[in-house]
Structure formats: C-alpha cells, structure tokens
Design a binder for this molecule. Structure first.
Ligand code: AR6
Length: 177
C-alpha cells in the first residue's frame, strides 16, 4: 500500500523500512549509535556488521541530532541515524527535539545530494512518544524541508502498524494530493 501527497513528494507506506529502495532510510537510534531493538535492531541486522563498525566511528550523537553512514547490505544507499527524545510527559522539550530529528535528517540528506528519504515513526516505540502528537511534527518538518527546495524530491513515512499509518493519514489528509 502506498498513498501520496504533494504531487508524489510525500508518500505513506505500511511495512518494513529496511526493504525500501531509497537514497537514505532514517534510523530511530539511541545516543550510542551502536544499535538496539525496534527499527534500529532491524536496520543493523539487515545492513550487516559493517554498519556497526561505521557507527562506532561516529562517536555517538545527542538527542535531536542525526549522522549518516553507508547502507552496506541494505537496499537503501545510506542510513541517517537520528536520536529521538525519550517521552517524559511532554514538558521536557520532547516536541522540539523530535522536530530537530526530522529537520537534521532532511538537512543531512540535502547536504549529501540525496533525492529520496524514508522515515520510521521516530520515538513512538520504545521511547514512548504518543503517535498522535508525533505525526503532525514529522509531517510539518518534512513538508517544510521539501518545499524549501534542494535535492530531496521525495520523502516516505514508513509505518509498521496500520494504526500508525492511519495516524499519518489523518494528518496528511489536509495536504493537496
Ligand atoms: N520498519 C518500520 N518501522 C518499524 C520497524 C521496521 N522494520 N521496526 C519497528 N518499527 P522504536 P524509538 C516501528 O522502538 O521509539 C531502540 O532500541 C515501531 O513500530 O524502533 O525511537 C533504539 O536503539 C515504532 O512505530 O524506536 C533506541 O534505544 C517505530 O518504528 C530506542 O529503541 C519506532 O519504534 C528508540 O526508540
């Protein structure tokens, strides 16, 4: 299933991020950048041990930051590792930190001349950020970056569950097809 908005520049798919053929997939990483569970674990398993070696050289990242590596055995050419905020009730700067993840990822993609990028629902799994609060932040930041111009032509939101995809659809519905 894939639905698109903004002339095909934003797409919504339900499925496994590690299978997508895009210039970069974004990883919902932790500050160590050395792997973990959830989508992070799936990406490291699919990319192979070279990814962990490349990540080790990055020296970690702060919440809201993003760093880039090759994709190794993934169909995606690169992985952008973004560190989302841990949900602490909403009053600890979580919204701004989540927005920063999307903005930093789009900026890195542009700096590397990438044309397509795919995001998971950063922070909404193990880190506990409510999906309904996360989706408008994700969509706003990505739409703003796409509309600012530059090399990135297409952004994909990739959800594991139909419920998460429905949350994105409700937010995306206000955009022109
Ligand atoms: N494709 C697409 N989405 C996925 C996949 C996949 N293969 N696997 C899981 N998701 P999470 P977080 C969804 O927990 O909340 C890790 O241990 C999942 O259903 O992966 O940012 C890291 O190392 C959820 O909607 O990331 C960190 O320690 C979304 O991806 C911590 O978890 C994000 O869930 C980061 O937590």
């Amino acid at each position: 299933m894939e639905r698109t908005w903004l002339d095909g520049r934003i797409a919504l798919v339900q499925g496994d991020l590690t299978r997508l053929q895009v210039d970069a997939i974004v990883n919902a990483a932790n500050a160590s950048l050395l792997g973990g569970g959830g989508v992070d674990g799936a990406i490291h398993r699919a990319a192979g041990p070279e990814l962990r070696e490349a990540c080790r050289a990055l020296g970690g990242a702060h919440t809201g930051e993003a760093k880039i590596t090759p994709g190794f055995r993934l169909p995606a050419r690169h992985v952008i590792h973004a560190v989302g905020p841990v949900w602490q009730g909403g009053g600890a700067g979580e919204d701004a930190a989540l927005a920063s993840c999307y903005r930093a990822s789009m900026r890195l993609a542009a700096e590397h001349g990438l044309r397509s990028i795919a995001f998971p629902a950063i922070s909404t799994g193990a880190y506990g950020f409510p999906i309904k609060r996360a989706t408008p932040i994700a969509v706003d930041e990505v739409r703003r970056a796409l509309e600012a111009g530059g090399p990135v032509r297409r952004a994909v939101f990739c959800c594991f569950s139909p419920e998460d995809a429905a949350a994105y659809e409700r937010v995306l519905a206000v955009l022109p097809a």
